[in-house]
Design a protein around this ligand. Structure first.
Ligand code: NI
Length: 248
């Protein structure tokens, strides 16, 4: 069930049977010549919806702008400062916790978010710990990256090998092509993508990685591969989500 498409009465009924919620989180940043700006938000968003259906879980609105200062050298990229994202995640979690949600399953689409999401969890746990004993509620947050599942890794290795790359990967572009076939782009890829050599500020990134990709050849992406990756991710994450719900 998607929170945005539910009534408050439906949310109340849901909470009587489950206190878990899936929180898709991504980024709005360039993804090379044929990748959508929204790639890192689109992937966890559609996987979260599929996962929600597979596990009868509530799905929160996607946090679709993330930690992406290094992409600001390319038109359309947006970013939150880490300190802003920590506050934003804190406010999402605390407002949902007020209604009784206490298992927050963050489904991430962007590697650059990981450190800040973990810092936000530390902030939230600090807040709970500082409450008086009577006011405390149990509250658990966890983070899973959609691309980290065994099934997804096996498929991307088999289909793309070293051409998968590190940014604007063949797999993530494929998942967006499956989600939005009407937005598939044709692009000329001039030569190989630059290999990974570190990430610093936005101007430095653009100098190192002139067309935005890192190590990838996403002309190999297809919606058919995207469907396989989508299904593999949901299958693996279903198990992870159920384990999280039943964890102490
Ligand atoms: Ni990405």
């Amino acid at each position: 069930m998607q929170l945005q498409l539910a009534t408050w009465q439906e949310v109340e009924r849901y909470l009587a049977s489950s206190t878990g919620i899936i929180m898709p989180i991504g980024s709005a940043e360039q993804h090379g010549p044929n990748g959508l700006i929204g790639t890192d938000a689109v992937c966890p968003e559609i996987i979260a919806r599929g996962l929600g259906l597979a596990t009868d879980a509530m799905v929160a609105p996607t946090i679709s702008v993330g930690i992406a200062q290094h992409h600001l050298g390319f038109a359309g990229s947006m970013c939150l400062r880490p300190s802003t994202m920590i506050q934003l995640i804190r406010d999402y979690v605390v407002s949902l916790a007020r209604h009784g949600f206490d298992r927050f399953f963050f489904l991430n689409g962007h590697g650059g978010n990981i450190a800040t999401v973990e810092a936000a969890f530390a902030e939230i746990h600090s807040e709970v710990s500082m409450l008086t004993r009577e006011a405390k509620r149990p509250l658990r947050c966890t983070l899973s990256n959609w691309w980290d599942s065994k099934g997804v890794k096996a498929i991307s290795r088999e289909l793309y090998g070293d051409d998968e790359g590190q940014h604007a990967t063949c797999s993530e572009v494929s998942v967006t092509q499956y989600a939005y076939p009407e937005a598939i782009k044709n692009a000329n890829f001039e030569g190989r993508a630059a290999a990974y050599s570190g990430i610093h500020d936005a101007d430095d990134y653009r100098r190192r990685y002139p067309d935005g990709r890192i190590g990838s050849l996403p002309s190999l992406s297809t919606p058919e591969a995207g469907k396989q990756l989508y299904e593999a991710s949901i299958a693996d994450l279903g198990e992870t989500y159920r384990d999280f719900l039943s964890s102490a």
